[in-house]
Write a protein that binds this ligand. Structure first.
Ligand code: NDP
Length: 459
């Protein structure tokens, strides 16, 4: 008789949990998984995937306009929000089915319900208790909702995917990934959008040239920014419109207020205390480099640990966990030089250090920067500029960071990220022959560094 019901029990069937469960099962381990909502987690159900579909949808607006410069006469286009949402829901349901089938095919037993830890080796799902040698917590996060009068009238990204109609006027609060992405989505689909952010410019933490370009280009597309302010109170009118009063004394009248002011780890009511799992200061599960918690048989991966909150990172953490615990190949996930993209309009993608981070580390840096109008827009007539930038260590010549704002940024930076991860030098980039005509070739044809004095004068 085995000592436990399972070798591994996974709580949460999102990107990290599903990958951990499948890979562990592939080693011959007996694996159970519990999910209280839908299989696929934030990314598949109400994050990356549906968001990207909405980004595609919103881009057609400009594509139709741009077509005229290429000789196309497009009859007046009409957009139907319910069709988009229905098609998106169908695709998400298909993907959820795939996730379930993958788990089933791997021999993972699925328990649909909320799991709570009873002790370090026991979980309870829907009144049924099960034991496991190892437990993996992969419960993800949820949107943070601040405490302002009337905030119950606001929605988060969770609800944005299910609105019954496209709001005519939208306010989006926040200046991070989700806020700029949804501001772009609503704006592209035809809503009047105001973005409210507490700082002076969106995307804090990104390279300053990236932030400046995004700010300028989003404004050109029609997004209005309310900077250096936050929501004070929200009042709903009898006709359903919302009055959003801001702390700077101004007010907005909108049909929808969407909050995107950060996410919090899902750690409440999980029985973590009963299992001896300690939380960090930010309420996330505290883990070591092997994703092990303060309880030796309990591990945690993904957003619940609040390290780098991205799906591919959760998956990579889960793979390292399986190698370490089930394959006897201990290894830590490498969180350095993780590339990421913001699917704003225009999109942003980045890998490695920003200029500010490199300088703050005391590094002597050379900056290469290019700002240009993409070939497509010479005929479309669209006034949109792209920006690319390399941050180079002046001594070792290594490319420390690559940043882009412009069409296909995410597709381009993914390849550049391999070079940066490998430690490529600026000379390696220079020795690479470009593909012409592309925007990507700028990354291998930037010859002259930005002159330091000019840079300083510009600051
Ligand atoms: P972010 O942490 O990216 O941004 C939160 C934003 O809200 C920041 O602008 C922050 O301001 C602001 N903020 C925080 N607290 C308050 C407050 N109390 N009042 C007003 N404003 C506040 O969170 P998101 O919710 O946008 O996204 C969560 C995470 O999900 C991201 O960090 C990312 O890891 C992941 N994600 C990734 C995507 C991708 O890969 N494309 C897409 C979407 C999400 P400040 O900057 O001043 O702190």
């Amino acid at each position: 008789m085995a000592k436990y019901d399972y070798d591994l029990f996974v709580i949460g069937a999102g990107s990290g949990g599903v990958r951990g469960a499948r890979m562990a099962a592939a080693t011959g381990a007996r694996v159970g998984i519990a999910e209280e909502f839908r299989y696929g987690g934030t990314c598949v159900i109400r994050g990356c995937v549906p968001k990207k579909l909405l980004v595609y949808a919103s881009h057609f607006h400009e594509d139709f306009e741009d077509a005229a410069g290429f000789g196309w006469q497009v009859p007046e286009a009409r957009f139907d929000w319910p069709s988009l949402i229905a098609n998106k829901d169908q695709e998400i349901a298909r993907l959820e089915g795939i996730y379930r089938r993958l788990l089933d095919g791997a021999g993972v037993e699925m328990h649909d319900g909320r799991a709570v830890l009873v002790d370090p080796h026991t979980v309870e799902v829907g009144g049924r208790r099960m034991t496991a040698g190892i437990i993996l917590i992969a419960t993800g996060g949820h949107p943070f909702i601040p405490d302002h009068p009337g905030i119950e009238h606001a929605i988060t990204s969770n609800e944005a995917f299910h609105l019954s109609e496209l709001p005519r006027r939208v306010a989006v609060a926040g200046g991070g990934y989700i806020a700029v992405e949804f501001a772009g989505i609503f704006n592209g689909l035809g809503s009047e959008v105001t973005q409210i952010y507490r700082g002076p410019r969106v995307l804090r933490g990104f390279d300053e040239d990236v932030r400046a370009t995004v700010d300028t280009e989003m404004a050109k597309k029609g997004v209005a920014f309310k900077y250096n302010t936050i929501i004070d109170r929200v009042t709903k009118r009898p006709d359903g419109a919302l009055d959003v009063a801001l702390t700077d004394g101004s007010a907005l009248e909108v049909d929808c207020l969407m909050l995107a002011i950060g996410r919090r780890p899902n750690t409440k009511g999980l029985g973590l205390e009963d299992a001896g799992v300690a939380l960090g200061e930010n309420g996330a599960v505290a883990v070591d480099v092997h994703s092990r918690t303060s309880q030796e048989n309990i591990y945690a991966v993904g957003d619940v640990t609040d390290r780098i909150n991205l799906t591919p990172v959760a998956i990579a953490e889960a793979m390292a966990f399986v190698d370490t615990v089930f394959k006897g190949l201990p290894r830590a996930m490498d969180h350095r030089n993780v590339a990421s993209a913001v699917f704003s309009q225009p999109p942003v993608a980045t890998v490695g250090l920003t200029e500010e981070e490199a300088r703050a580390q005391g590094q002597r840096v050379e900056i290469y920067r290019s700002s240009f109008r993409a070939l497509r827009h010479t005929l479309s007539g669209r006034d949109e500029r792209s920006m690319m930038k390399l941050v180079v260590d002046a001594d070792s010549r290594k490319v420390l960071g690559a940043h882009m704002v412009g069409g296909d940024a995410a597709e381009i930076i993914q390849g550049v990220a391999i070079a940066v991860k490998m430690g490529a030098t600026k000379e390696d980039f220079d020795a690479t022959v470009g593909i012409h005509p592309t925007a990507a070739e700028e990354f291998v044809t930037m010859r002259e560094p930005v002159a330091e004095p000019e840079k300083q004068a510009a600051e």
